[in-house]
Structure formats: structure tokens, C-alpha cells
Ligand binder design. Sequence first.
Ligand code: NAP
Length: 255
Amino acid sequence: MSKSSTRIALVTGASRGLGRNTALKLAQQGVDLILTYKDSESDAHEVVRQIEALGRRAVALRLDMADSRSFGAFADCVKSVLAQSWQREQFDYLVNNAGIGFQASFADTTEEQFDLLFNIHLKGTFFLTQKLLPLLKDGGRIVNTSSGLARFTFPGYAAYATMKGGIEVLTRYLAKELGSRGITVNTIAPGAIETDFGGGMVRDNPQVNAHLSSVTALGRVGLPDDVGGAIAALLSEGNNWVTGQRIEVSGGMML
Ligand code: NAP
């Protein structure tokens, strides 16, 4: 495949968890990657090595979703990387995945905690996408990450789920506004998945894991492969007529 027809995806928060799995699944599909990390630099470089071992090209860049003032410089960096590594001006797919988990009752949530969740999940996704838009190809695709928790309730997620609900509304508005450029925009809403998220509670706490499995139609919690595979499928060639949709990837949680 020539460099101009190579598909390039930018996946945020791909040093670990769902972002890493998505990046690797996309590489297996022949896609090159720009991936971001915040603190886990060596993990991100390991993901780059794994992608290169699959025969694809990858570059890791640092990004803090909580710092929207840095997004202009980040976009400039993406522009330089595209020129240097691919001799290209634009990329094809944006996967807004980076995020943090946090549990506190509505009554106990502080303004600082609310602001951090807001900045990373909602403001970050809004303005990072805005800054990257000139670098996204016409006909490209955006996947935003919500959560099953935006559909059903679970104790301690009022603030987190509020941000994810906003992501789902933003997805529909983006799908409408970017439709004229042929860009599709969809939300993936994972259920409970075994990652480091929220201190690794779903993976490491046997009681939580058993309870969540018992309220899931397919009888277990999700694994990163379940979500990375779904995002890669959404971004596969031929899947170009789905836009403005919320696709829950939860094995049927809380149906
Ligand atoms: P994870 O394993 O904890 O990984 C989080 C990723 O996001 C890491 O790569 C981390 O980078 C990055 N990140 C964290 N804070 C960041 C910040 N301020 N700026 C930029 N990057 C940041 O979590 P995950 O389970 O993969 O979650 C990924 C997404 O799925 C999140 O949006 C989460 O809300 C959503 N989700 C997860 C679940 C679940 O059960 N796991 C369910 C529903 C939705 P560094 O390590 O480099 O700092």
C-alpha cells in the first residue's frame, strides 16, 4: 500500500487498557498509528514496538487531556509527525479514548473532582477534536468513548456518567456538522471492562467482578479485546454508513 493510501489513526490514551488494545487491533487491520500517553511513556513505547512488530508504523506523543491550552501545540506536533513519518498532511481516524475512572457519591463529589472529570472527558474531547479537525481527512471517522453508565445507574458515578452523557450528545452534533465533509462520528459505550480503570476494581475485586457478571447477559465482565475489536470493526473499510450512533459494547449489561 502506498503511503498516501495508508490509513492512519490517532488514538488517545493508548499506553494502556482499551486504547492500547484498539491501537493493536487497528494495526492488525493494516492501520498505522499515532498514539498518546500522559504518564506511561515506557508503556507507550512498548505499544509502538508491538505495532512495528506487526509491520505497521507508529509514533507515541504525550498529551494531557486536562490541559486544553496545550492542544494547539499538540496539533502542531501531530502535523509535523504526519509530515515526517508519512509525508502526509492529514490522518483518517480519531479515537477519543483517554480518560480516568472515579467513584464518589453525588453528595461527596467535590468541585475539584468534578472539574477534573469535566476537563479530561468533556472539555478535552470537545476542544481536542476542534483543534485536530483540520488534520482529519474528509471522509474520515471519529469514535468517542462513553460508558454503559450513561444509560444505567451505578452507585458513585454521578459526575463521571454526567460527562459521558455529554459525550453522547456531542457525538450527535458532530455527526450532523461534519456530515458535509463525509466524516462519520459515533460513540462506543463500553460496559465494565477489566483494565486499570478505577484502580482496576472490575478486574481485581472478585465480589465486584462476580456482581457485574451476574447483571450481564453474556455472563462475564468485558476484556480489552471485546472493546478494541468493536472499535476496529467500526473503523473497518466498508463500514461507512453508520454515523451519530451510540453503540454499547457491554455484553448486555443491565438489560
Ligand atoms: P485505563 O486502563 O486506566 O487507561 C487510561 C488511559 O488514558 C491511559 O493510556 C492513560 O495514559 C490515559 N489518560 C489518563 N488520564 C489522562 C489525561 N489526563 N490525559 C491524557 N491521557 C490520559 O482505562 P481504560 O479502561 O482503558 O479506559 C479508557 C476509556 O474507556 C476511558 O474514557 C474510560 O472512561 C472508558 N471506559 C472504561 C470502562 C472500563 O470498565 N474499563 C468502561 C466504560 C468506559 P497514561 O497511563 O499514559 O497516563
